[in-house]
Each structure stands twice: as C-alpha cells, then as structure tokens.
Design a protein around this ligand. Structure first.
Ligand code: PMP
Ligand code: PLP
Length: 541
C-alpha cells in the first residue's frame, strides 16, 4: 500500500441529502470549544459537577496482547492492570471526571489520535485530509450514513445477499435494494457496471443509485472476501458513475490462510501457513509489517477522492457490548456526521471510551496488532473445525461445471463419483475470512420439493409457484432443523428488499442457510452438524 497521500478529497457534497444539508450545528456544542480557553470562567454550560458522579475509580484487568487464547480458553494468563482514576494526574489523563462529563461529539482526543495513527499505519488512505469520528458501532454508523446521504425512496446498491440490519434500517424509508451479483469471491464488478451503465434505460426517470453498501471481508452472510483486483475494479466503477462506497468492515483482521481438506493435508501444518503469522508455529516472531502486508488493502487504502466511508468497529475485536466504532471519511462528510451525532447519540459512551482508551494505551499500536494475530488464529482454528466436521458428516466432492462454490456435499456413501454427482445436497466455499459459512441447497434433487411444486402449480403460474414452493420448503426444512435442536440462519433473512411492501429477491429451486463458526465449542459444532446431517438424510431419503 504505497500511496504518497499528496492529494486531498474532492468535493462530494452533492451527495448529501436535504436533511443533512439543512442541519445546523447544535448551539450547545458550539460553546464547548470556548470552555477550554485558558482563564475562561464558564457560566454557560449546564455541566453536572464531577464531584457528584458517584464513581470513585475503575481498576480493571485486561489480557496481555499475546495472551495464549487457545490454551487458556476464558482466563487471561498474564493480566495487565488498567486504572481509570477520578481526576487527572501527570501520568494519567484518562479520567472518570472527563469520561462521564459532557464534551464535544468528537469524543476522547487520545482515543481518536490512537485510531488515527493506527489507520494511517494499517490502511494508509490514498488522500491526506481524511477524518476520524467515533460512534457507537457500525449499526449506529450506518444509521448516520443513511441519515446524511439517502432520500426517501432511494435505490441503494447492495450485495445479492446483504446484512439484514442494514436494510431493515432503510426499508421503512421506502428505499429499495439493488442486488448486485456475488460469487464465492464477493461482488462481481462487471455486474455492478452493467447495473449502473443500463440504469437510465432500465429505470427511466428514476434517480440512479449513488450509494453502495458492502461488507468486503468475510461478508455477512456469505463469508466471501473481495480480492484487491475486485476492490480496484469496483472502486473505479464507483468513480466513473459517481457512487459513494460505504465499506462496513468488522471482519477485516479475520483474513485466513486457504483451507485444505483433511484428506489433502500432508500434516497438521498448512502448506501456505505463514509461520510469521501463526503464533503457534516454532518460527513465530511477531512483526507488525508482516501482518499488515498479509492483509488485502481496504477500499479506504485505494481511495484518492474521499469517496469511501469506512465503518470500523471494536465489536469483533474487543466485544460488541462496548458499542464503540468509528467512521473514516472525507472532512465534509465527517462534519455532517458530527452534526448528526450532536443531536442523536451526542457521543460514544464515556465508559466505553475510557475503557478502550485504557486498553489501547496499555497495549500500544504493536500490542493491538498482536491481539489481531491471536484473534485471527483462533477464528482460523474454528473455521477448520467447522469445515473438517462437515467433511466428516457428508461426502464432499469438487464442484462440477455450473456450480461456482468450492465443493458439493452429497450424502455419505451414496456412491456419487467425481464426474457424476447423483444427488447434490448443498454446495459451499471454504471461508477465507470472517465468521460465517454459507450453504446453498439444491431443491431440484429433492422429491419433497418436487411433490410440493406439482401440487402448487395447479394454482398459479410456474415461476410464481416455484418461488412460493421454495420459500415454503425452506421454512419447513428450517423448522425440522430446529426440532432436531440445531439452529441455522435462513437465507431469506439476507435477500434484498427490492420492491414495495418488503418484496424480496428470491431465486426458485435453491435456498441458503448461514452457519456461524464463531461461538460454539468443537464438540457442540460436531453435534450440531451431525444433527443437520440427520435432517438432510430424512429430507433426501
Ligand atoms: N433534554 C434536556 C431537556 C436536557 O436538559 C438535556 C441535558 N442538558 C438533554 C436532553 C440531553 O440528555 P442526555 O445527556 O441524556 O442525552
Ligand atoms: N455490520 C456487519 C456486516 C456485521 O456483521 C455486524 C455484526 O454482526 C455489524 C455491522 C454490527 O456491528 P456493530 O456491533 O459495530 O454495530
């Protein structure tokens, strides 16, 4: 990632919606900057006096950044003490009297400057005047982005399967998703280009979408990770058609080495595992640059115009209950987001800011990156568990022509061969990042589906009947999984809303489920997938 950062953001203010253009600064927040002037006696702000905050001091234990998470499980092996006193001392300015007080909506200056240094080092944005603004996590962040950029009824470009909370936010604004084809490597740039190029012809008189929402790494729900080439292609298309990219990237540091099936592994060691990134390998010696270089650059790194709004969150790195994240974007958008923050959340929670600031200052930049190695390693192991267990419970065969996933699962010992998959149950790709594995079920080989379809075709057109039967089948299959006590997330949660009344984009004859490998133990995962295999067996008898 070597840009010179000589350029500044271009003027993209025409993307702001009417609401945001009309918003003025909160007058109360405006006076705060004068309060800090030397010698000022402020009779202006209605600040509660900190002596009346009933919290004396916080002392907390944090893990060392190189804690051995795999062997200790839940207990820190060498905890580090962090103290947040009530009042400042020369050695500690992270205090409860300021964390619990009103302040500017920028939040803690020390925390923001840590994040700025981290961002510059790891993401190296392609323009110099980017801004950082704290928020309450990516959910809050996306709400604020829509709040400054979208009008009622806008079309928003989304992945063909998209993060459901993101669309639940805009659906009541009568906005609609424009699903862009994805494959196992994420959004297909050519598909995006076609939609934008043909927009005026296909949708005469309708405003062309100007916002693209995507999850570039370990996509939720499909687990797909965009390559650098695809990111560049998508960025260039967005420049050409003047589209703002919102990259919601909670899983950026969870980029894994390639998965290899147990039957193709020569040893426990992965053929392409970089020993300098594997904390369990004998040659391991932590080097920040090796980690940074191993990561696919972000859209932010490619951005030379200020066209990308990056949403970063501590939810997956330090815990979702922190409700702490940050925007990185051009200064005009950052100022409008600040105005939107002043009148809504005011600031990220002071408790969170103080605790995260305490932790990050104790760890330092290097420690935080070292923590990412431990996390990445832990989730890589969990990805291995899940893929290995699926390989034990089903027969996995390479995908034939026409199936873009890595492998097809067939029933164990049902005699499918490499060239003739008699009964494909589902296909999937081995996740290269994130927390999810996404399976695609093929209903054409399912006799229950065929019977349901025949019955329903008497009462409607063939295409409508196939969509309705697919939905009905998936619901019944899901209920049967639940009866067997294994819970997956139905693919229908992620299908974009494309029309009025919540109308969704559903493909007939195939259906999807999302499996998370982030949470359950290996034993639980094994039991869960065995239960899932039982349900498949019942439905494909
Ligand atoms: N409403 C009124 C009437 C207030 O006086 C204040 C605080 N000055 C607020 C709202 C802001 O409250 P909070 O800090 O809970 O967001
Ligand atoms: N965006 C995506 C793509 C997610 O997967 C998640 C969490 O599941 C979130 C946002 C929520 O993030 P936060 O906890 O920062 O609001």
């Amino acid at each position: 990632h070597t840009t010179t950062m000589s350029c500044k953001a271009i003027d993209l203010s025409h993307h702001l919606n009417e609401l945001s253009r009309s918003r003025v600064a909160s007058p109360l927040k405006d006076i705060i900057k004068y309060m800090g002037e030397p010698g000022m006696i402020s009779l202006a702000g209605g600040l509660p006096h900190p002596s009346l905050f009933p919290f004396g001091e916080v002392n907390t234990k944090i893990y060392a950044p190189d804690a051995d998470l795999q062997s200790t499980g839940c207990t820190p092996n060498s905890p580090v003490d962090v103290s947040i006193p009530k009042y400042a001392s020369p050695s500690n300015k992270n205090t409860l009297s300021s964390a619990l007080q009103y302040g500017t909506s920028h939040g803690s200056a020390a925390l923001s400057s840590f994040i700025r240094a981290f961002t510059s080092r790891v993401m190296n944005p392609g323009y110099s005047d980017f801004d950082i603004l704290l928020n309450s996590g990516n959910t809050d962040a996306w709400n604020k982005v829509v709040n400054i950029l979208c009008e009622y009824g806008d079309y928003i470009l989304v992945e063909e399967y998209t993060y459901p909370s993101s669309q639940a936010l805009w659906a009541p604004m009568r906005c609609k998703g424009v699903p862009i084809l994805i494959d196992k490597d994420g959004m297909v740039p050519e598909a995006l280009e076609v939609v934008l190029r043909d927009w005026d012809r296909v949708h005469p008189g309708v405003k062309r979408p100007h916002l693209l929402y995507l999850v570039p790494v370990g996509q939720n729900p499909t687990g797909a990770t965009l390559s650098l080439e695809r990111k560049k292609a998508i960025y260039n298309i967005c420049v050409e058609y003047d589209v703002i990219i919102c990259e919601d990237d909670p899983y950026y540091f969870l980029q894994f080495p390639k998965y290899v099936l147990p039957s193709q592994r020569n040893s426990e060691q992965y053929p392409d595992a970089n020993e300098h990134l594997n904390p369990n390998s004998p040659g391991f010696e932590f080097d920040e640059q090796t980690l940074i270089d191993s990561l696919i650059p972000t859209f932010l790194s490619l951005d030379v115009q200020g066209r990308v709004i990056r949403l970063d969150t501590f939810s997956k790195t330090l815990g979702p209950g922190n409700r702490l994240g940050y925007f990185i974007c051009n200064p005009v958008f950052a100022e409008r987001l600040l105005r939107a923050t002043e009148v809504t959340t005011q600031a990220a929670s002071g408790w969170s800011q103080a605790h995260v600031e305490g932790l990050l200052t104790s760890w330092g930049q290097k420690g935080f990156l070292r923590w990412m190695i431990a996390m990445r390693d832990t989730y890589t192991t969990r990805r291995e568990w899940m893929c290995d267990i699926i390989a034990e419970s089903f027969d996995l065969v390479p995908s034939p022509e026409g199936i873009v996933d890595d492998v097809v699962a067939v029933q164990k010992d049902h005699g499918s061969t490499k060239d003739a998959i008699t009964v494909p149950l589902f296909s999937f790709s081995f996740p290269k990042g994130g927390m999810f594995l996404w399976i695609k079920l093929y209903l054409s080989s399912n006799s229950i589906y065929q019977t349901m379809l025949k019955e329903s075709q008497s009462s409607g057109t063939t295409a409508e009947a196939a969509v309705a039967t697919t939905i009905e089948w998936a619901e019944a299959f899901w209920m049967d999984l639940i009866k067997e006590k294994v819970l997956l997330t139905p693919g229908s949660y992620y299908t974009p809303i494309i029309g009025a009344g919540g109308m969704k984009h559903t493909q007939p004859g195939v259906t999807f489920f999302r499996l998370a490998f982030s949470f359950e133990t290996r034993e639980e995962m094994k039991l869960g997938i065995e239960r899932m295999a039982k349900v498949f067996e019942r439905w494909w008898m």
